[in-house]
Design a protein around this ligand. Structure first.
Ligand SMILES: [Zn+2]
Ligand SMILES: [Zn+2]
Length: 199
């Protein structure tokens, strides 16, 4: 199978939202996992999402709390291919409720909304992707860290070392660490992690 990794975009930019000054006015954010993809156990997905939130909370003053059965700040969910794939313009056509259709395997993998959008911190994944925990496309941890970056207020950054680079770039998830530029940007929004703070 001919594979074009450069074609895989992590998500699309919503240019109607200005990323400037997009910030939460609190430091503790709750999150909830609404549903799960095929081919991965819920405990695996829970672990991946826990690891992804830790990547960000390790370098900032943000704290994440997982909740069940109640409303949360951040919501993770997986969505099937949208039937209606043509963009009809305006706000009249809704795709799984947000106007950003998924396209099955490849291309658009996920999307997330910035803190100052109408639906802050909603994170949607394309259920049609072959999500993986390894080097195989697409590593769920890497995509989750990327989308969480948006939920925390970071927008795309055109450096391949950045986790908010708009295209999927594989990095070993076991040795993953945030690039210095990403750390600097998130600390500008959230402040540094206080070293005397108890975890
Ligand atoms: Zn993105
Ligand atoms: Zn969506």
């Amino acid at each position: 199978m001919l594979h074009h990794p450069c074609y895989e975009i992590t998500d699309r930019a919503d240019y109607s939202i200005s990323p400037e000054g997009s910030k939460w006015n609190k430091h503790t954010l709750t999150y909830r996992i609404i549903n799960y993809p095929k081919g991965m156990t819920p405990s695996t997905v829970n672990g991946i999402i826990h690891d992804a939130v830790s990547i960000w909370s390790n370098v900032t003053s943000s704290i994440f709390q997982k909740v069940k059965g109640q409303d949360s700040d951040i919501k993770f969910s997986f969505w099937q291919l949208d039937k209606k794939l043509t963009w009809e313009g305006g706000s009249g056509v809704q795709y799984h409720g947000d106007g950003w259709p998924f396209d099955g395997p490849g291309h658009i993998l996920a999307h997330a909304f910035l803190p100052n959008s109408e639906t802050p911190a909603i994170i949607h994944f394309d259920k049609g992707e072959p999500w993986s925990t390894s080097y195989k496309v697409f590593n769920l941890l890497l995509v989750t860290i990327h989308e969480l970056g948006h939920s925390l207020g970071l927008w795309h950054f055109m450096s391949q070392n950045s986790i908010v680079y708009p295209r999927y770039v594989y990095q070993n998830p076991r040795t993953f660490h945030l690039d210095v530029d990403d750390i600097q940007k998130i600390q500008q929004l959230w402040g540094e992690r206080c070293s005397s703070e108890m975890p």
